[in-house]
Design a protein around this ligand. Structure first.
Ligand SMILES: [Zn+2]
Length: 58
């Protein structure tokens, strides 16, 4: 899932609750690209997007 703090966004792992490293990132697209490069996995389950961190992806 995605947390928003004002203009800031961060990813939260749906498995462990861990957050993406770039929590200061305020550009959504850049944050997504960074997370993908770090190994995060995104997929849609029903209407909701799920976000899985590199540690839980195994
Ligand atoms: Zn996780």
């Amino acid at each position: 899932m995605i947390n928003r703090y004002g203009t800031r966004v961060e990813l939260v792992c749906n498995e462990c609750g861990g957050t993406s490293a770039d929590e200061d990132q305020d550009d959504f697209e850049i944050m997504i690209e960074d997370a993908k490069r770090d190994g995060w996995v995104f997929f849609k389950q029903g209407r909701n997007w799920k976000h899985i961190c590199p540690d839980c992806r195994e």
